[in-house]
Design a protein around this ligand. Structure first.
Ligand SMILES: NC(=O)c1ccc[n+]([C@@H]2O[C@H](COP(=O)([O-])OP(=O)(O)OC[C@H]3O[C@@H](n4cnc5c(N)ncnc54)[C@H](O)[C@@H]3O)[C@@H](O)[C@H]2O)c1
Length: 313
């Protein structure tokens, strides 16, 4: 059995390749080639959101076991800790354990980039990031692979996190990264917005967002938390990573549904369905589109398989 730690994952799983890999995984899930039972996320007494996320991708299957631990924010400890345990399907033996914090980080940005490529206007150049942590970094890395991003605005609850992000990203990509003191200021001219925070309350409202914007709502993944307000969800075309999971777990969908602001059929489709031509993407330049990312086990297990196979070369 091979144990693959995060340094190797980061070398082997590049954002550009991961975007294509995630598009294939989401298609495979919708076509029935791959399978994914419901995940289990339990809140532990220490507040860790502890997840068991199984999936089957043909020649391999496995599960990500991960703790999302918000109190580690801003400390030397990572906020996502765990491994993907990968089995080969032929004999059901354990093939490897692949570090899951790095997989989660890279695959989440790549999935949003795959969604953005389908849903954002082709002339989208201005990116706004709400939250300046690991996901903000992976989203910038991936989204610049599918659109010509010429400027970035960033807001974080902790200004020093946003300042550090702006310095690092400007050095890395040589594009202007402006730190904003409010969400409203950060998003006012944006073509693409990514919300990547653990906020429990909505950060983004309808009046803040200009027509034609694409939003990736990524940070929250439980029925009672969300980053986007009900009026904005109601005004937008809403897409899921998997509609069945969104109807069970997504606060972005369930809260406005409970408030009566949207109907049960408000989700246009999943990204896999749009890729397969089973659901329609953006239909006009002035529409607001929202991709609500819960994060799927299929994304983790497909990434773990990819890393495992390349590590063996
Ligand atoms: N949907 C998915 O597939 C998926 C995958 C990975 C992570 N996540 C979630 O995305 C979020 C971000 O993950 P990360 O790894 O970047 O975490 P991180 O701890 O590295 O960064 C989070 C950042 O958000 C900032 N923040 C917290 N509350 C805020 C608020 N109210 N307004 C603005 N900024 C705020 C923090 O200061 C921090 O800089 C977490 O909630 C995580 O659980 C979702």
């Amino acid at each position: 059995m091979k144990i693959i730690e995060q340094e190797e994952v980061r070398k082997l799983l590049q954002p550009k390749d991961c975007i294509q890999l995630m598009a294939e995984a989401l298609k495979g899930l919708e076509s029935g080639e791959y399978a994914q039972p419901a995940r289990l996320i339990t809140v532990m007494p220490n507040t860790a959101k502890f997840g068991f996320m199984p999936a089957y991708v043909g020649d391999y299957f496995g599960a990500k076991v991960i703790s999302a631990f918000a109190p580690n924010m801003g400390t030397k400890y990572p906020s996502h800790i765990g491994y993907v345990m990968l089995f080969e399907s032929a004999h059901s033996t354990v093939a490897g354990m692949i570090e899951a914090g790095s997989i989660t980080e890279i695959r989440t940005g790549a999935v949003s980039a795959a969604a953005t490529d389908l849903l954002a206007r082709k002339d989208s150049h201005k990116l706004a990031l709400i939250g300046a942590g690991a996901q903000a970094r992976s989203h910038l890395a991936a989204i610049r692979e599918i659109r010509d991003i010429t400027s970035v605005t960033v807001y974080d609850l902790f200004p020093q996190a946003a300042e550090l992000f702006a310095k690092d990203m400007h050095e890395k990509y040589k594009i202007p990264v402006v730190v904003c003191s409010t969400v409203k200021e950060a998003v006012k001219d944006a073509d693409i917005i990514c919300t990547v925070t653990p906020s429990k309350e909505p950060l983004l409202t309808k009046e803040m967002v200009k027509p034609g914007t694409h939003i990736n709502a990524v940070g929250t993944f439980t029925p009672t938390t969300r980053e986007v307000s009900s009026d904005l969800v109601a005004a937008a075309r809403l897409y899921s990573d998997q509609t069945e999971a969104a109807k069970r777990e997504s606060g972005e969908y369930l809260i406005p549904l409970k408030e009566g602001l949207i109907k049960e059929d408000h989700i246009v489709g999943s990204i896999g369905e749009v890729l397969l031509g089973k659901a329609q993407g953006r239909t006009a330049d002035d529409e607001i589109t929202i991709f609500d990312a819960l994060g799927l086990a299929i994304e983790d297990v497909a990434s773990a398989k990819y890393v495992y196979e390349r590590a063996a070369l």
